[in-house]
Design a protein around this ligand. Sequence first.
Ligand code: ADP
Length: 254
Amino acid sequence: MIVIGIDIGSVAAKGYLINYDSHHRALIPTGWSPREAGQTIIERLLAASGLASDQVERIYVTGYGRVAFDQADKTVTEIKCHARGIAELYSEVRTIIDIGGQDSKVIRIGEQGRVLDFAMNDKCAAGTGRFLQVMATALGLDVSELGDAEDPGQMQTISSMCTVFAESEIIGSLARGNPKGGIIAGLHQSVGKRVAAMARRMGIKEQVAFTGGVAINPGVKRALEEEIGAKIMVPEVCQYTGALGAALLALENG
Ligand code: ADP
């Protein structure tokens, strides 16, 4: 059977096509129209797989932009999709930490990815990918460069809780000559602290997996591991976990 899962996020739209034993992935910036982004993802997946649209049995969509997309057979919550995706990748995981562009979530799961509980921060940019994007710009870097540029040995703690104040704080810190690598390590620690606090309130049960685009950044993984005191697994397809989960649910007609 051929199915597609689409995750239309605040920053990036991701797609996962499952064609019996093979699969294809696609990722584009969401841009101003979640609907167009979803359509483009389908076109990219069909082009990559050489399939025609009428060969696709089912399309499931998730992510913040899912309500604007009308070409799917079903909309599913991100919580359910991340849980299903991780259950496929790591059957022993019981806690998922997902950090995307505009929210962060902690999901507790049981066997086969059954959702037991979850907590979400979508009220404040601190502790999300957006926070790191703003800070990377202030530091003259791309967000993808932050992980390798950090220097935890020279950690500069960020005290501001708010993104706007934290931006001023790091500009001041740079002006005082503090090392960039230490400032970046402080930023990662700040995200790690916030998200770990949410995870602790929910209760962390091992094993722990980290998903979402921010999981690509090894500095945030390091900070989270320090803050929660447990090892964290990051799948190679971390940013696609929601799309993978949506595709698997479509496959199972779930
Ligand atoms: P959403 O689903 O809200 O669109 P994603 O899970 O796709 O969010 O994650 C987007 C975030 O991931 C960005 O805000 C950015 O902080 C981070 N990110 C994306 N690509 C990279 C990368 N190559 N390296 C580090 N961080 C990244």
